[in-house]
Design a protein around this ligand. Structure first.
Ligand SMILES: NC(=O)c1ccc[n+]([C@@H]2O[C@H](COP(=O)([O-])OP(=O)(O)OC[C@H]3O[C@@H](n4cnc5c(N)ncnc54)[C@H](O)[C@@H]3O)[C@@H](O)[C@H]2O)c1
Length: 302
């Protein structure tokens, strides 16, 4: 009886691994880049999921947390690779579950990028993605729902806010700056902000999002049926408010330099920032950390 985490070497994968290992779960960790410090006893599968899949998901797998993905700007820059990993890759994982006929829990992470530029999002807002990444995630939501409807998996899809502050180096997410404008100045380094200070974002701390993922995994059987997609609680902040909060936390706000990047602005500007998440809250998902707590937990973790 084990839980498989794809993309386990990534940002969220490492956090989810730590929490699940802490409660004694048997884990199978699959990633192109293996996790740096896998917990004792975990099975680590290094390589492309297309090749490791038969070992990654077996008759013993009770749950799959599918995090392996090409993130937003990466999927926009390399159209073929984005579809290969985010759509064909997901479909292969779902097919593996279907062929095993064991109906594992299946946790999939979607994104606010599935929405177009709408003013406000609630649990019934239609998806109108304006990027390849958003399109791939919207298609993934439908696949997870349909494989669940047919009884091949017990699916639960979470649309995650942008996770801030992501530690380490900037990544290929179009929203990478949202972490950078806090993380770099807190480390005494300059950070380039490619969007206007007025841009509003829907964000959540790593701790809030990791808790939401674990909560979704622990929900009872078919808890989200028949529509298994959920907007996760987050907070709405403008870039200006983030920079002000940086100053309040002791960061040097003059290290944030504004240099407009039309490509990034086009992607991130197409994402909505105002969300209502009554369904998630009713299902016991915790409200997201506020901005000051989010920054403080990053500082404490340094
Ligand atoms: N972090 C965020 O702000 C955010 C927001 C919304 C949704 N999400 C989604 O959550 C999931 C995890 O995000 P993250 O921030 O941890 O991403 P990440 O880029 O840190 O991790 C993804 C991991 O997937 C692995 N991977 C990619 N292709 C693979 C393949 N073919 N075979 C095996 N492994 C492969 C990568 O090596 C990487 O370690 C992704 O699906 C992402 O789209 C993240």
């Amino acid at each position: 009886m084990s839980i498989t985490i794809t993309g386990a070497g990534g940002f969220l994968g490492q956090r989810v691994t730590k929490l699940l290992a802490g409660r004694g779960e048997e884990l199978v960790l699959a990633d192109l880049v293996p996790p740096p410090n896998p917990p004792e006893g975990a099975t680590v599968l290094k390589g492309n999921l297309a090749e490791t899949l038969p070992k990654a998901i077996t008759k013993d797998t009770t749950a799959v947390i599918h995090l392996a993905a090409v993130v937003s700007a990466g999927a926009e820059a390399d159209f073929g690779h984005g579809y290969d990993v985010n759509l064909t890759g997901l479909r292969s994982v779902l097919e593996r579950c279907r062929n095993l006929a064991t109906r594992p829990k299946f946790l999939f992470t979607s994104s606010l990028a599935v929405f177009g530029a709408v003013d406000r999002v609630d649990d019934t807002t239609a998806t109108m993605p304006q990027s390849s990444y958003g399109t791939q995630k919207a298609l993934g939501e439908l696949l997870v729902n349909d494989y669940s409807r047919k009884g091949f998996i017990d699916g639960r899809t979470l649309r995650l806010p942008t996770v801030v502050i992501r530690p380490g180096k900037p990544n290929a997410a179009a929203s990478s700056f949202a972490s950078g404008i806090l993380r770099e100045p807190l480390a005494g380094e300059e950070s380039i902000c490619p969007v206007s200070p007025d841009l509003a974002l829907w964000i959540a701390s790593p701790a809030s999002v990791t808790q939401a993922l674990i909560h979704a995994l622990d929900l009872g059987e078919d808890a989200l049926a028949p529509w298994r997609v959920l907007n996760v609680p987050g907070i709405t902040v403008t870039v200006r408010e983030m920079v002000e909060a940086l100053g309040k936390a002791g960061g040097d706000t003059s290290l944030v330099k504004f240099q407009h990047d039309p490509a990034i602005d086009a992607i991130v500007g197409s994402w909505p920032a105002l969300f209502e998440t009554p369904r998630a809250l009713a299902l016991g998902f915790p409200p997201a950390d506020d901005l000051d707590t989010l920054i403080q937990s990053h500082i404490n973790g340094l």
